[in-house]
Design a protein around this ligand. Structure first.
Ligand code: C2E
Ligand code: MG
Ligand code: MG
Ligand code: MG
Length: 275
């Protein structure tokens, strides 16, 4: 019986594997057409001073409006975009669209001070990133310092010397640089000091436990103090409760972002809300 069951399990496993392999192929071919079919959209999450009221900017977050699957979150397809080598083209689109939107809001009378865009590892390593961003900035017409680029620690730590060189070339164009998900990676403080960065984004895993969680509270306080001693600005992501906001404000965090203050939303929705 055991042998029989083993065999059935194996067949079941095979069937499952085939289903997911098939689904994966379908996802890949759908992804290859998504850009030309204009299925990507950006949602924007507002960022505020720690008072929770003054709008300082928005983070552009990619979504895939799939004809059958509906709105697909980035975690479900960005890794595939990376593997397929499509992330550079899609990333260019994200940058251009985010800059275009900032100008469009301006035209509607809504001043959004800056827009933050997430960069992937492949995009960062692409030799022509600075050239691409320079061209996108020029054709959009936005002041370069109204663009912020978000990178994770792991992207920067892969090859520190190379990262330093790329960051310098990006900084020269005018955008500010933020370290996303800060505290979850392994950046050396020594490099942090040398990188031409402007902002640390406290990862939401540390914001989660505030204010009661003693460890999270200590980590959040330490990140804020360290950021300020390096003359960096600090923003907390994933702020969901008033108590978290109160803690962050009391401890000198500069800016906040999270569901409490606003979920990521379509551009017209943000304009309605902030008008
Ligand atoms: P991220 O850059 O750290 O973005 C923050 C994520 O946290 C977003 O998820 C946002 O919806 C979510 N979030 C914001 N506030 C809260 C909150 O209060 N509570 C909770 N539980 N979550 C909150 P999203 O939009 O699913 O994006 C996930 C990740 O996908 C992003 O993390 C970023 O790493 C990546 N991503 C998004 N857009 C792009 C893009 O255009 N290019 C690249 N390369 N990566 C992107
Ligand atoms: Mg981000
Ligand atoms: Mg983050
Ligand atoms: Mg992230």
């Amino acid at each position: 019986h055991a042998k029989e069951r083993g065999k059935n399990n194996f067949q079941f496993y095979q069937a499952e594997m085939n289903a997911s392999a098939l689904e994966r192929l379908e996802l890949e071919s759908d992804l290859r057409h998504a850009l030309e079919q204009r299925q990507f959209v950006l949602h924007y999450q507002p960022q505020f001073l720690a008072d929770g009221h003054t709008l300082t900017g928005v983070e552009a977050l990619l979504r895939w409006q799939h004809p059958r699957r509906g709105l697909v979150p980035p975690g479900a397809f960005i890794p595939a975009l990376e593997e397929l080598g499509l992330v550079v083209d899609v990333g260019d689109w994200v940058l251009a669209e985010a800059c275009r939107q900032l100008m469009a809001w301006e035209g509607e009378g809504l001043h959004v001070p800056k827009v933050s865009v997430n960069l992937s590892a492949r995009q960062f390593a692409d030799g022509r990133l600075a050239q691409r961003i320079s061209a996108i900035l020029a054709s959009s017409g936005i002041a370069p310092n109204r663009l912020e680029l978000e990178l994770t620690e792991s992207i920067l730590m892969q090859d520190v010397a190379e990262a330093m060189r790329i960051l310098d070339s990006l900084k020269q164009l005018g955008p500010s640089i933020a370290i996303d998900d800060f505290g979850t990676g392994y950046s050396s403080l020594n490099y942090l000091k040398q990188f031409p960065i402007d902002v640390l984004k406290i990862d939401r895993s540390f914001v989660d436990g505030l204010p009661e969680g003693e460890q999270d509270a200590q980590i959040a306080r330490a990140i804020i103090a360290m950021a300020h001693s390096l003359r960096l600005s600090v923003i907390a992501e994933g702020v969901e409760t008033q108590a978290q906001l109160d803690f962050l404000q009391a401890h000198g965090c500069d800016e906040v972002q999270g569901f409490l203050l606003g979920r990521p939303m379509a551009a017209d929705r943000l304009a309605e809300r902030e008008a």
